[in-house]
Design a binder for this molecule. Structure first.
Ligand SMILES: *Cc1c(COP(=O)(O)O)cnc(C)c1O
Length: 356
């Protein structure tokens, strides 16, 4: 006798109805030029010699924590390491938000995981649309603070590429004091370090900063990210984190990426990417199918085309995979292009020129 088993019907109500985050990898594609996930285009080299994999790793590997604290100019007590910035986004919700009672706030168009994580935990989402110049709608943020525990602010913002104004950030930090954490997602800050607000941590106990090794450090496959905050916030997060969030190989490679030589290599990568970003933007400027190139301080550019879908499909068919952003509010006909190698950039430029 066969028993009918329907796993979907057993899932929690909010999980039944949710759509998973469509990461670049899940979206698939059959390309040889991957410009859809803001990765670094060339694989870095690392030494791995540890043989003691019979032992559990440290929960917070001291070498990784100390190297990151030195790099960020803060104390080790202000640093938590985990499985990518995506896990930080989720840990904060798990630790600070009561399902069906508290809310998280974020400002579309922005990174998709704030919404997905909130939905997974049954936490209300307050979406405060950015203003037309992509700055924060500070007045609307103020009006919607009731029951908000976390305010995610992405700066530089993914996918628009702009920096959030310091004055606006300060205003939000002050209005949220004592009631909500302001989480500044600095996943791309290595491309514009002068805009980091890490030096505000000492003054604002409700400030949290997210960082990652996935972008400028060229280690998206490693899955390693950081939460920077007051020691009190870090203590709370340590209550809900997995007992061994990083495997031993991950910790070893992360520590190397963050030593003096690793930081120097990262900086030279940033210089190359920035040169290539400027070159790509210049080449696209003025092409008849290009409507607008948004200024970017990152390793990607957001471009509005006259017909975004046509450009996306034409490049897809040639194995050049970009990220379609046209479904996000305010981003009709917009594609996000990760800055690849010089050769990859030329492929993109030639493919788009051919459509003009
Ligand atoms: C890539 C990205 C992340 C995720 O980083 P991981 O460390 O790879 O999880 C977080 N926030 C933003 C804005 C990103 O673009």
């Amino acid at each position: 006798m066969s028993q009918k088993f329907n796993a979907a019907s057993l899932a929690r109500e909010n999980v039944k109805t949710m759509t998973p985050y469509m990461s670049a990898r899940r979206l698939g594609g059959n390309g040889d030029v991957w410009l859809n996930a803001n990765e670094y285009p060339i694989a870095p080299d690392y030494q791995f010699s540890e043989r003691n994999l019979n032992r559990y790793p440290e929960c917070q590997p001291v070498a990784v924590i100390n190297n990151y604290a030195t790099y960020a100019g803060i104390t080790p007590e202000q640093v938590l390491v985990c499985r990518g910035a995506d896990e930080s986004i989720e840990l904060l919700i798990r630790a600070f938000c009561e399902p069906s009672k508290d809310a998280v706030m974020f400002c579309p168009p922005t990174y998709g995981m704030y919404s997905v994580s909130a939905e997974t935990f049954g936490v209300e989402q307050k979406k405060i649309m950015a203003l037309p110049d992509w700055s924060l709608n500070v007045a609307s943020i103020r009006e919607n603070l009731t029951n908000t525990k976390l305010i995610y602010i992405c700066s530089p913002n993914n996918p628009t590429g702009n920096i959030i104004d310091n004055k606006d950030l300060l205003e939000v930090l002050e209005m949220a004091a004592g009631r909500a954490l302001v989480v500044v997602d600095e996943a791309y800050i290595e491309f514009c370090p002068q805009y980091s607000v890490a030096n505000w941590l000492a003054k604002y106990p409700n400030l949290v900063i997210l960082r990652t090794l996935s972008k400028a450090f060229a280690l998206a496959g490693l899955r390693c990210g950081f939460t920077l905050a007051s020691p009190e916030v870090i203590e709370v997060l340590l209550k809900v984190i997995a007992p061994y969030p990083l495997s031993t190989p991950v910790a070893m490679i992360a520590a190397q990426a963050l030593d003096a030589q690793g930081i120097a290599t990262m900086k030279s990568r940033v210089a190359t990417v920035t040169e290539n970003r400027i070159a790509l933007s210049e080449a696209l400027r003025g092409l008849s199918v290009v409507e607008k190139i948004y200024p970017s301080e990152t390793n990607y550019i957001l471009v509005r085309f006259t017909d975004g879908n046509k450009v996306f499909k034409a490049l897809w068919d040639q194995g050049i995979i970009l990220r379609d952003q046209s479904k996000q509010p305010g981003l009709e006909n917009c594609l996000r292009i990760t800055i690849g190698t010089e050769i990859e950039n030329v492929r993109v430029i030639e493919a788009i020129e051919a459509l003009c």
